[in-house]
Design a protein around this ligand. Structure first.
Ligand code: ADP
Ligand code: MG
Length: 259
């Protein structure tokens, strides 16, 4: 069962946004294209994000939506697309959003998460969002390493935004720009190399990899579906119960062997 797999775990893979970080994103800058106001761009973005449960969507919750979006859908790991104020829009990953206008994404530098708002003609705004490392993450990852486990971060966000968080947490490996399918492929590669893998995620864009893991751990702040299908749910803000769970599983297995 899950306890036995947890006792034998070789590697823990963490999602970034909402898992390694708190997922409480804050808009730090709005860069509107010429002819566009930051407030207009925020209003369109807020309308689109009303259908998303991604932590990024909550950052737009304080803006007044431009109107109800129509023909709107979430593209997992990419963003949201729909009609607002009589135009078609995409809000999300820079290359994906800019592709609606047939354009290349703008040159975005910096460590923050950046999402683009584009219509069918051009990229109209760039939003910068800051998140914080989950409290105690560095200490918990260090404990995992002391238990002999490899630690890794798999994120859909740009590598520039992933690297500083992963480094601050002391993760052994990290990758950015991953689709939900890429995350699953990474897990499969680790398992094919003979490893038993724990995946920790919030269920937003990491549901397939959570489902494929030897042990799945869901964050309480994530989606309800991730929580109902997970082997373990971390109820508080801390990653400490994960380490505790691995220690307990190892103890339980030793006791079973002794009997
Ligand atoms: P992570 O793996 O770090 O948790 P995700 O895979 O959930 O990140 O998201 C990857 C990227 O997709 C985000 O950094 C963002 O660019 C884009 N994205 C996904 N959902 C949304 C959304 N609702 N609004 C804006 N951008 C989004
Ligand atoms: Mg996430």
């Amino acid at each position: 069962g899950a306890v036995e797999r947890l006792a034998r775990v070789d590697r823990v893979i963490f999602d970034k946004t909402g898992t390694l970080t708190l997922g409480q994103l804050r808009i730090t800058a709005v860069e509107a294209a010429p002819g566009w106001e930051a407030d207009e761009a925020l209003a369109v973005a807020a309308a689109l994000e009303s259908v998303s449960e991604h932590p990024i969507a909550r950052a737009f919750g304080m803006a007044h939506p431009a109107g109800p979006p129509t023909d709107v859908h979430v593209a997992p790991g990419r963003g949201v697309e729909g009609n607002v104020i009589g135009r078609r829009w995409r809000l999300g990953k820079p290359d994906w959003a800019a592709a609606l206008a047939g354009k290349a994404p703008p040159d975005l530098r910096g460590d923050d998460t950046a999402v683009c708002l584009a219509d069918q003609d051009s990229v109209r705004a760039v939003f910068r969002l800051a998140d914080r490392l989950r409290g105690g993450a560095r200490e918990e990852l260090q404990k995992l390493r002391q238990l002999g486990l490899a630690t890794e971060v798999a994120s859909g966000d740009a590598v520039e935004a992933v690297a500083p968080m992963a480094a601050a947490a002391g993760a052994g490996h990290w990758q950015g720009g991953m689709t939900p399918e890429d995350k699953l492929a990474l897990l499969r590669a680790r398992q094919q190399a003979g490893e038993t893998v724990v995946m920790v995620g919030d269920g937003v864009n990491d549901a397939p990899v959570l489902a494929g893991a030897d042990v799945s751990v869901a964050m309480a702040g994530g989606t309800p579906l991730a929580q109902t299908s997970a082997d373990m749910v971390l109820l508080g803000e801390s990653l400490a119960p994960l380490v505790e769970g691995i220690l307990q599983a190892r103890r339980a297995l030793r006791i079973v062997r002794q009997n």
